[in-house]
Design a protein around this ligand. Structure first.
Ligand code: SAM
Ligand code: DTB
Ligand code: SF4
Length: 347
């Protein structure tokens, strides 16, 4: 039986339980039921979801979504780049890597008071979570200390806090937790087999280790990836399998459409078919029924009809506000108009 909207409105994540029967049905109908552990996904099972007729896939995703969440509520987070550019890493998509010649100008760590002004503006415009991003390989202790203050003060304003600072060393996640951090974002980015084509300065295992430290410190995990980098459908499914099969899947799963930035190696990659992007969102919803799936980078160039399909496929979180980290995002007023048109409320 589907839950009524009222039953899941208050606290969707905590009132829901995984409907194992529904999951089993999703798998059995694709002819690929894995009887050993219905909550583990094989890559071929996820590929079979991608291959379903579009209406069947959307129906499964929407059913799963309604089982676990209020289908008309979307969580909104605002991003701020607190330290921009000059990064030592070589992520092939990223305009902030020092080695690529892009228009991004390097900026040092922002002052606490300026971060708080931006957080207040985000709160006034309706964001409930404030995510602070830094272009670091990982924070040194002297970098972390001012960020801990930012987190504590943003939290004290009544906002949920999120940070994305790169790889964490032992003990750093605990300091972030003590400062009041609610979520840590660290993306797997893509499937293990494609990863080496995109990044060489840190390994997949490094990323998993950081996620383990975040989980170990009892901080909510935010982890997803980027679609449209030239990966195959199998590899898109491979990314979702990595995320869904974690001993506890991430609470928040950002699915970014590659924003192509001139000067980065991935500039000029073949554009992804928008329907394939919607299919990826649907497969994320089905494989991670209790996670917030965030329709992340790429919305500025995405027709509102495709965004509507993403919400129908189970996306229930967005970045809100006219800027992501260094690239554009729809104006808040444009998003409010879209929400009104679709009858969506903010969580
Ligand atoms: N430097 C930290 C790190 O990489 O862990 C944190 C910031 S980094 C910019 C956060 C994430 O943004 C990346 O892992 C990647 O998934 C996403 N991202 C960066 N550039 C992007 C782009 N051009 N298009 C889509 N997503 C992008
Ligand atoms: C995530 O998955 N997407 C956000 C956030 N986590 C940090 C970043 C998107 C960045 C897009 C390119 C830019 O604005 O620099
Ligand atoms: Fe640096 Fe993060 Fe950009 Fe990679 S994604 S180059 S680590 S800022």
């Amino acid at each position: 039986m589907l839950k009524s909207t009222e039953e899941v409105t208050q606290n969707p994540a905590s009132t829901s339980i995984i409907n194992t029967e529904l999951l089993k049905a999703c798998k059995t109908e694709t002819g690929l039921a894995n009887q050993d552990n219905v909550n583990r996904w094989r890559v071929d099972e996820i590929v079979a979801l991608f291959e379903l007729p579009f209406s069947d896939l959307m129906n499964k995703a929407q059913t799963m979504h309604r089982e676990n969440f209020n289908p008309n509520a979307v969580q909104v987070s605002t991003l701020l780049s607190i330290k921009t550019g000059g990064c030592s890493e070589d992520c092939g998509y990223c305009p902030q890597a020092a080695r690529y010649h892009t228009e991004v100008e390097d900026e040092p760590l922002m002052k606490l008071e300026d971060v708080l002004i931006a957080a207040k503006e985000a709160q006034n415009s309706g964001a409930t979570r404030f995510c602070m991003g830094a272009a670091w390989r990982g924070p040194k202790q002297r970098d972390l200390e001012p960020v801990l203050k930012m987190i504590a003060e943003v939290k004290a304003m009544g906002l949920e806090t999120c940070a994305t600072l790169g790889m964490l060393k032992d003990g750093q996640a605990e300091q972030l937790k003590d400062a009041g951090l609610d979520f840590y974002n660290h993306n797997l980015d893509t499937a293990p087999e494609f990863y080496g084509d995109v990044i060489s300065t840190r390994t997949y295992q490094d990323r998993l280790d950081t996620l383990g430290r975040v989980r170990g410190a009892d901080i909510n995990v935010c982890s997803g990836g980027i679609i449209g980098m030239g990966e195959s459908r199998n590899q898109r499914a491979g990314l979702l399998a990595q995320l869904a099969n974690m001993s506890k899947p991430p609470e928040s799963v950002p699915i970014n459409l590659l924003t192509q930035v001139e000067g980065t190696p991935l500039f000029g990659a073949d554009a992804l078919d928008p329907i394939e992007f919607v299919r990826t969102i649907a497969a994320a919803r089905i494989t991670m029924p209790q996670s917030y799936v965030r329709l992340s980078a790429g919305r500025q160039s995405m027709h509102e009809g495709i965004q509507a399909l993403c919400f129908l496929a189970g996306a229930n979180s967005i970045f809100y506000g006219e800027k992501l980290l260094t690239t554009g995002n729809p104006e808040a007023a444009t998003d409010r108009a879209l929400f009104n048109k679709l009858g969506i409320n903010k969580v």
